[in-house]
Design a protein. Structure first.
Length: 163
């Protein structure tokens, strides 16, 4: 599979929404509990500082995506945040790594200095290992900071990386 990362367009709304909603429905990574609807998807993805789309250059299929946006405002506006999603049937193919690397470059291009993750679920071991392999530093842990679909609570890890 030959993956290219490109900027989101309105034509991507349905495919990107479906991938985003897979992660929301899994309930083990994103804080959102409600899936995006067709009425709101394009506005959500368009309002981000940057939305990246991973596309298989051979098939033309959208296989992953990310959103990049400020983590805060004003004196903390140089810190950004991002969320990543890979199509459920293609996880483990290193698409996420390409998304994170592209996101870091786009963060720099957009004037951000730090990429911070506020809530990486500790049980999301693939994400934790990826971020650590890419040089992200752990800031700390929020005990039981994530409410799992089964009613239990899991720790969340905060990470940062300069861009």
């Amino acid at each position: 599979m030959n993956i290219m990362i490109r900027e989101y367009t309105k034509a991507d709304a349905d495919a990107v929404m479906k991938i985003w909603n897979q992660v929301v429905e899994d309930g083990v990574a994103f804080p959102q509990e409600e899936p995006l609807t067709e009425d709101h998807a394009d506005a959500f993805f368009s309002q981000q500082t940057y939305t990246g789309v991973a596309e298989d250059e051979v098939s033309g299929e959208v296989v992953g995506m990310y959103i990049l946006h400020p983590n805060n405002v004003g004196r903390c506006g140089h810190i950004c945040n991002a969320s990543y999603a890979v199509r459920r049937d293609l996880r483990g193919e290193h698409i996420g790594e390409k998304l994170v690397k592209d996101c870091m470059a786009k963060a720099h291009e957009n004037g951000f200095r730090i990429l911070q993750f506020n809530a990486v679920v500790a049980g999301n071991t693939h994400a934790v290992h990826l971020y650590e392999r890419l040089g992200f530093q752990r800031i700390g842990v929020v005990p039981e900071g994530f409410h799992m679909p089964d009613g239990s609570y899991e720790d969340i890890i905060l990470f940062y990386h300069t861009v």
